[in-house]
Design a protein around this ligand. Sequence first.
Ligand SMILES: Cc1ncc(C[n+]2csc(CCOP(=O)(O)OP(=O)(O)O)c2C)c(N)n1
Length: 347
Amino acid sequence: MAVREAEPLGSLQEVQEVGLDREDLFGLYRHMLTARGIEERGHILYKQGKIPGSFYTGRGNEAAAVGVGAAMGPDDVGCPIQRDMGVHITRGVEPWRIFAQYMGRADGPTHGRDGNVHLGDARLGLHAMVSHLPAMLPVAVGMALAFRIREEKRVAVAWCGDGAAARGDAHEGMNFAGVRRLPVVFLIDNNQWAYSTPSYLGHAIDHLADRASGYGFEGVVVDGTDVLAVFREAKRAIEKAREGGGPTLIESVTLRMEGHAVHDDASYVPKEMFEEWARRDPIERFRNWLRENAGMTLAEEDEITAGVKKLLNESLARAEESPWPDPSTLLDGVYASQEELDTPHHK
Ligand SMILES: Cc1ncc(C[n+]2csc(CCOP(=O)(O)OP(=O)(O)O)c2C)c(N)n1
C-alpha cells in the first residue's frame, strides 16, 4: 500500500466542508500565535536565568500541533511531545500555567515537580511526556486498549519525533495497535533532525508513514506547515479510529527552526534549509490564507494579535507571582487517589 500524500486545502468552502467556520479559523490562528508567543517569551525568561534546566521550543511546528489538537474530541486523550506546545494551548491549558511550569512554580501543571515541556493536564486529556522517547507512545496505545475494553468511543493520539520513531517502543506500540485495530492515531513530527542527526541517517525510506503498511494500517504524509491540511487529516484519522477503523500513521513534515534546545545553535543545519523553510513559516502562511480566503481584515488581525499579546503579558506577570512548590507536598500526586481515577478521562 503506497503512502498517501495529503492535498492542501484551497478554498474557504473546502474548509467549511471539514467543519471549520470563520470563528474556528481565527481560533486556530490565535492558538498558533499563542504557542509561538509563549515560547518566544520563554526564551527571554531562560536568558534572564528564570528557567531552571534547559528550554525547548517547537518553532515551525505550531500548525501541526494546533491542527491535531483542534481535531481531537473533548474526551480524547493524547501524549504530545517537546515540539507540541500548540496542543496544550488548543486543549485549553492556560498560558500562565505554562509559564509557571517553565519556572518550576507550584501552579504549573506538574506543580513544580518537573520543568519545561514535560507537562500535561490530565483533566484536559493530556498526559505529560517523560524524557525517554518515545516512551509515551506505548502509553497512548494502552489508553486506546482501555477505551476498547470499556467500549468507549474515545481515541488516543500518540506523538513522537522522527528520531524517536527509530526506537523499539515505536515499533512495538504500532504493531500492537495494528494487530488489535485500536482507536489510536500516531503522529510523527518529522522535523528532519533528531538533535544533530539528519533524517537520512535515521531511516532508509522516503516517508516514515510508509511504515504503516507493515503494521496493517493507513499511512499519510502531510505538510506540517499547513494547519488546515493537518486538521483535515487528523480529523479524518481520529473519526476513523473512533468508528472502529483502526489506527492511522500521520507523518507531519516540518523543519525544526531552532536548535534542539536553547544551548544548541543548530550550526549543523544547512543555512539554505532554514531559509527555505522560513519562507514556509506556518503562521505567515496561515495569515496570508486568512487574508486571501477568509477575508480577514486588518482590524480583525490587529485585534487577534493585540489580544494574544495582552494575554501573554498578563499570564507572565501572574506566573511570576506563583509560589515555589512547598517541599512538604513532595509526595502528593505520586499515587493516584480514588477521586482522581474518577475523572472522565479515567473512567
Ligand atoms: C531514549 C532516549 N534517548 C535519548 C534521549 C535524548 N534526546 C532527547 S530528544 C532527542 C532527539 C529526538 O529527536 P526526534 O525524535 O527527531 O525529535 P525532535 O527533538 O527532533 O523533535 C534525544 C536524542 C531521550 N530523550 N530518550
